[in-house]
Ligand binder design. Structure first.
Ligand SMILES: Cc1cc2nc3c(=O)[nH]c(=O)nc-3n(C[C@H](O)[C@H](O)[C@H](O)COP(=O)(O)OP(=O)(O)OC[C@H]3O[C@@H](n4cnc5c(N)ncnc54)[C@H](O)[C@@H]3O)c2cc1C
Length: 402
């Protein structure tokens, strides 16, 4: 039996692929199997100092994803002798990545695109895994889609179960059991606090960029260094009745040298503008996201992550460019504010070349890691497609070698 820890982006696809190949699979998931529309209740904000978002439920953070499906990291991973070119194409097909129909571009997104173009910036439609026929353009992608119009890893968990996989939810893996350099199973904490051991000679850790590293550390493997999080701010200001807050979020993209920009609404902007007459529907705003230096670390369960001078410079360059687009789009320049710095792509903490080899296996035979933690450098862009491709590649390896 193959035991998979975590049912998010990295884990669910392996569960599905192995179950479809008649390999016995058990997925252990810390959170519950909630409805996608309720997934906003399972946000796990790490602390006030570091505004890093993830969700703890079946499907992991994919349930609150903005639906951005960008093919990336092919060249970066090739430097580490990991070729995901074929799997990137397979994943694109598997989750239906496409540019959305013009009917799903609202007034605010169109203004963003026209304004960016008018000041000489290259702007494209964002590749998405959202089904137009189910999407009512409510702007709630990151709350868990009320209409289940997006692909999420829950879809793969359901297929895995249909093909015989076992899902144990509400159960936290705390440690790997190892003997003589080979994995023997995992220690789990059940929802009632009791402790059990689940035996398995093959374990795939896919608990995400923070939690996989903590489990490895609890098990004697020196993970947890080189943490990145792709920090972002949202910069915006007032255009009366633009109604951007109800559009498909992040439906267009500007790729700058050191940052990416996409239209994006945040309630934090209303708080920072601080004028009760400014409604949510009066704001046009842009997310500025950067690839940060991977200088963070996890020590005793605590995350240490400070911005380097380069991080600050990249954010400043992106925010200045976002401001120029907003002004060209007709935003009142005297109203432009920014949110605080946040992050939603933690990774790097069990990097290929450091903690796992090119097959994603650790120093313990039979213990693999396949999630954002194996990515060696910050992508500065949506990583779901790359993580899926890495896990698809690992599925093939396991199917061939079990
Ligand atoms: C609001 C938001 C929007 C985003 N939008 C996009 C987007 O549009 N496109 C994109 O590419 N990326 C997006 N991302 C980022 C993307 O969701 C993550 O990078 C991706 O989910 C990481 O995959 P993962 O497998 O590493 O972790 P996850 O998908 O988070 O999966 C980890 C799983 O492990 C479980 N788990 C954790 N600890 C344990 C434990 N001890 N025992 C058992 N189970 C455990 C968790 O509950 C979770 O189910 C977004 C993220 C957020 C928060």
């Amino acid at each position: 039996m193959v035991l998979i820890v975590g049912s998010g982006v990295g884990g669910a696809i392996i569960g599905m692929e192995l179950a479809k190949s008649n390999i016995p699979v058990t997925i252990v998931e810390k959170g519950p199997f909630c409805d996608v529309k309720d997934s906003y209740k399972y946000y796990d904000e790490i602390d006030d100092y570091l505004d890093l978002s993830k969700t703890v439920c079946v499907g992991g953070s994919s349930v609150v994803a903005a639906g951005n499906g960008v093919k990336l990291l092919e060249e970066e991973l090739a430097k580490y002798d990991v070729d995901i070119s074929k799997e990137l194409d397979e994943v694109e097909e598997l989750i239906g990545i496409h540019e959305m129909d013009d009917s799903h571009f609202g007034k605010g997104t169109k203004k963003f695109m026209e304004a960016a173009k008018s000041i000489g910036l290259p702007v494209v439609k964002m590749p998405k895994f959202i089904r137009e026929e189910d999407c009512t353009q409510c702007g709630k992608c990151a709350w868990g889609c009320p209409n289940d119009a997006k692909w999420s890893s829950q879809d793969f968990v359901k297929i895995a179960i249909e093909n015989g996989a076992k899902l144990i939810d509400n159960t936290e893996v705390t440690e790997i059991i190892e003997d003589g350099g080979s994995v023997k199973g995992v220690k789990v904490k059940n929802s009632d606090g009791s402790i059990d051991i689940i035996e398995s000679d093959i374990v795939v850790l896919a608990a995400g960029g923070i939690d996989s590293a903590i489990i490895l550390q609890n098990s004697g493997i020196a993970a947890g260094e080189k943490l990145f999080m792709d920090p972002f701010v949202t910069v915006g200001g007032v255009i009366k009745d633009i109604n951007y807050n109800t559009e498909v979020t992040m439906n267009a993209l500007v790729v700058g040298g050191n940052f990416v920009l996409a239209p994006h609404y945040s309630i934090l902007l209303n708080e920072n503008i601080g004028d009760d007459d400014v409604k949510k529907s009066d704001i046009l705003s842009i997310m500025v996201k950067i690839p940060d230096d991977n200088h963070g670390k996890i020590i005793d369960g605590e995350i240490i992550k400070e911005n380097t001078i380069k991080d600050v410079r990249f954010i400043a360059e992106g925010a200045a460019t976002a401001g120029a687009i907003l002004v060209a789009a007709g935003v009142d320049p005297t109203t432009i504010v920014s949110t605080r710095l946040r992050g939603a792509h933690p990774g790097g903490t069990a990097a290929i070349g450091d903690i796992v080899d090119t097959n994603l296996e650790t120093e313990y035979k039979g213990l693999f890691v396949s999630d954002a933690s194996v990515i060696p450098e910050a992508p500065g862009a949506p990583p779901i497609v790359a993580i899926l491709a890495l896990s698809k590649r690992l599925s093939k390896y396991l199917i061939e070698n079990i």
